[in-house]
Design a protein around this ligand. Structure first.
Ligand code: SF4
Length: 485
């Protein structure tokens, strides 16, 4: 039986993050699969193509995973066998390997040391070489994602414990990984030495610990004592106990992904000590200072740009209001739209509020311009609703380079800012003016409350082309697909 994967409607011009990961270990074993379900539910925004949960009762591990949203993949029936004390979960958007069921995580394998399940957020830039090495050693591979490579490397590694095996394997991995492992009696979390992707751990209110890509998932479960898994750190969750050790030397300069602040992370999450919503308001304030507009109203492209529109309004004195209403349930669907519906494009996702737009000079705030496919239709939608002028403001710099660390932005040819300058983009989109926040402005917004710019410790490669690590070995998203068609 083949599972049909959801159709991705092409009315979204945002980059896609590939995954959210979650892990939990309790001494009492009550409802760990349910805790994992609600943890993944809170991380749904990080990936909507597939989801999975693996649970261990101390001896035996089971996994349930499939294509679809978390709430669709898991039913009371599919959750019933997932009993145990320790669990990991994953919600996926594919960045390496096609959107295929064989790539859905967690990967679960039987090893000579017992069961091992792995779920991963990020992307290894040296995955092709690691994969070739495994194939050369006679390993069979069933999937096309780098996570299977990581799983098999761990299973084949020497060492007395999973922590030792992980510690021995980590130096071979170059790139972004926020990782959770499930062994028979524990959950282990690890983060790459550059700290590209977020990963935090917290204590559960009724005993045990949880780890998640974002703090919002830990808050959902009522966790306290929340802290980041440090770059290069291994954290073991084992019932009522937690053990932390610096396993690999952190990079001299961390490379946290600035796009987590601009777009990916949920606004109620905290990363690097910064609340995402607060940073986004500051992005809007800086944008107003750098690119003022003579206008009557500021509107966000909902939802991710709402805090920035509030910030732009606050700094500029221009009132903000809703101008676009978003259908929050569109994005992944099993229903193929008709050609006529496809041509309606953004109208499937957004409707304009002419009551708030007619006769007005409008500043529209969006978080990013990637392929440039939706900005033009949105500007037209606002003009059709009666706006006299539309000024587009973007809360990050132009994206001119692809990401190799787990964010699907497409290739150079796909990126509108790699082909056109700002004036050419403005003409292409049909806006009256177009302004992007500068790198300095963005880093100032991400910086501390005292307005100190966060000058170092962040990755800005998609804006600058200066990658924090060598990326010449990196493969495109479907680089392994020729092997397993
Ligand atoms: S290249 Fe861009 S999207 Fe990728 S990790 Fe760096 S800042 Fe984030």
């Amino acid at each position: 039986m083949t599972t049909r994967l959801p159709l991705v409607l092409t009315v979204d011009d945002h980059p896609h993050d590939e995954c959210g990961v979650f892990g939990v270990s309790t001494p009492h074993g009550e409802g760990v699969a349910q805790l994992a379900f609600f943890g993944l539910f809170a991380l749904q925004h990080r990936g909507q193509e597939a989801a999975g949960i693996a649970v261990s009762d101390g001896n035996r591990a089971r996994v349930h995973k499939d294509a679809g949203l978390v709430a669709n993949v898991f039913t009371p029936e599919s959750m019933a066998p997932l009993t145990g004390y320790h669990a990991i979960g994953h919600t996926r958007y594919s960045t390496t390997g096609a959107n295929a069921v064989r790539n859905v995580q967690p990967f679960l394998v039987e090893t000579m040391h017992g069961p091992l399940a792995v779920a991963h957020n990020g992307n290894l830039v040296n995955a092709p070489a690691l994969r070739d090495e495994l194939l050369g050693r006679g390993f069979g591979l069933t999937a096309t994602s780098d996570t299977e490579v990581m799983t098999l490397m761990l299973a084949a590694s020497g060492g007395r414990t999973w922590e030792e095996r992980l510690e021995r394997t980590l130096p071979a991995w170059r790139g972004a990984y926020s990782l959770v492992l499930l062994a028979d009696d524990r959950v282990i979390a690890a983060r790459d030495p550059w700290g590209f992707r977020p990963l935090s751990v917290g204590r559960l209110p009724h005993g045990g610990y949880a780890v998640a890509s974002e703090t919002c998932a830990l808050n959902t479960l009522g966790c306290v004592e929340i802290s980041e898994v440090a770059p290069g750190e291994i954290v073991t969750l084992q019932g009522a106990e937690i053990h932390r050790r610096a396993a690999i030397t952190p990079a001299a300069t961390p490379a946290r992904c600035t796009f987590e602040f601009v777009y990916f992370s949920r606004p109620d999450s905290v990363w690097a000590g910064r609340n995402i919503h607060h940073v986004r308001q500051r992005l809007g304030e800086r944008l107003a200072e750098e690119h003022p507009a003579d206008a009557d109203v500021v509107i966000p492209v909902p939802d991710s740009s709402i805090p920035a529109a509030i910030g732009y309004s606050r700094a500029s004195g221009i009132p903000h209001n809703d101008g676009l209403i978003k259908n929050r349930y569109i994005g992944r669907t099993f229903i193929e739209p008709t050609q006529d519906m496809r041509e309606r494009g953004v109208a499937l996702k957004f409707n304009a509020l002419s009551e708030n737009l007619a006769g007005k000079r409008v500043v529209m705030i969006d978080d990013s311009l990637v392929r440039g496919t939706t900005a033009g239709p949105l500007v037209k939608l606002i003009r059709d609703a009666g706006a006299t002028e539309v000024h587009l403001r973007i809360t990050c710099p132009p994206i001119t380079n692809p990401c190799h660390f787990g964010v699907d932005m497409g290739h150079d040819d796909d990126l509108i800012a790699a082909r056109l300058n700002v004036e050419e983009m403005r003409q292409h989109i049909g806006a009256d003016s177009l302004g992007f926040l500068s790198i300095d402005g963005m880093m100032q917004a991400i910086g501390g409350a005292d307005d100190t710019p966060a000058a170092t410790g962040y990755c800005n490669a998609c804006y600058t082309g200066r990658y924090p690590i060598e990326v010449s070995q990196a493969q495109p998203k479907l680089g392994f697909e020729g092997v397993l068609a």
